[in-house]
Design a protein around this ligand. Structure first.
Ligand code: MG
Length: 282
């Protein structure tokens, strides 16, 4: 071993403890804990597959041309992908419930349908399940009767679940039977009725119930706007809405995946117009 090599080894042995002191990752005794790096989410799982955020290849929404909203004296129109159930003249998509093959039992007026006392309910020939429904109605301008006898009709999803139609403008009745109620079950959040004779609207998001082994498996839900005001916020309907006697309603009864939209004859001349529906996924 040469003198130089021996000298070099001696320097390394002497400096090695110093090198340990100078370790770059050593923490100061009172140093703050290191901040955790945020987790970066770049992928989302969707109905159409797994997509990177802002991926230009992800399918965009189908184009729907919106309809025109109704004004006080002008009726609106349906969006381009809606099934128009009544656009102002043609009631051929409807039938009387009492006599489905007979003549249409209600009045088809100038742009509207009107109930005829004792003619019975009417319903659509086409059947629907979960849906977005737009419908306009007008209780009679001339106020006759009170409580449930004033401008009473009803809108039945799947011919079963009633959204009450009533003239509830300064007309006291039981809360779960006022205009906008899910009859006998759910009271609307607010009373947003217009005056008698004025056109009003419901915009409804309805998800049908499902059934398994003869029992309800998933209950129906309703979100409803009356005249643009939210009156039911994703409400889960706890049972049927059929009136079977004082202070008694029905429970769920199993039925098919689709049913007619029905309108009630309750003996009062209520008008309907601009009825359209868009089918939704369950
Ligand atoms: Mg009713």
């Amino acid at each position: 071993m040469t003198k130089n090599v021996i000298l070099g080894l001696a320097i390394v042995v002497l400096l090695s403890p110093l090198a340990g002191c100078a370790e770059p990752n050593a923490k100061e005794p009172n140093a703050a804990p290191e901040a955790k790096k945020p987790v970066v989410i770049q992928w989302v799982q969707t109905d159409t597959g797994k997509w990177m955020v802002h991926d230009m290849n992800r399918p965009t929404s189908p184009v729907v041309t919106p309809g025109e909203a109704s004004c006080y004296d002008k009726v609106g129109t349906a969006p381009s992908d809606a099934v128009v159930l009544f656009g102002g003249k043609d009631a051929s998509g409807w039938e009387g419930v009492k006599n489905p093959s007979g003549p249409f039992p209600w009045t088809v007026g100038n742009g509207y349908l009107e109930t005829v006392k004792d003619a019975g309910y009417i319903r659509t020939k086409q059947k629907f399940g979960s849906c977005q429904l737009h419908i306009e109605f007008a209780p009679p301008e001339k106020v006759i009767g009170k409580d449930q006898a004033r401008g009473n009709s009803g809108i039945f999803l799947m011919e079963t679940y009633e959204i009450q139609v009533l003239d509830s403008y300064n007309n006291r009745t039981y809360a779960d039977g006022q205009c906008g109620a899910l009859y006998g079950r759910n009271v609307p959040l607010v009373n947003s009725c217009r005056k008698p004779g004025e056109w009003q609207s419901y915009d409804v998001i309805f998800h049908r119930p499902t059934f398994k082994n003869g029992k309800v498996d998933r209950k129906a839900t309703f979100t409803i706007f009356q005249n643009g005001v939210l009156i039911h916020d994703n409400v889960e309907l706890q049972g049927g809405t059929n009136w079977i006697g004082p202070h008694a309603v029905t429970d769920y009864k199993p039925h098919g995946d689709k049913g007619s939209l029905a309108l009630q004859d309750h003996g009062n001349p209520v008008r309907f117009r601009n009825i359209w529906i868009r089918e939704l996924k369950d």
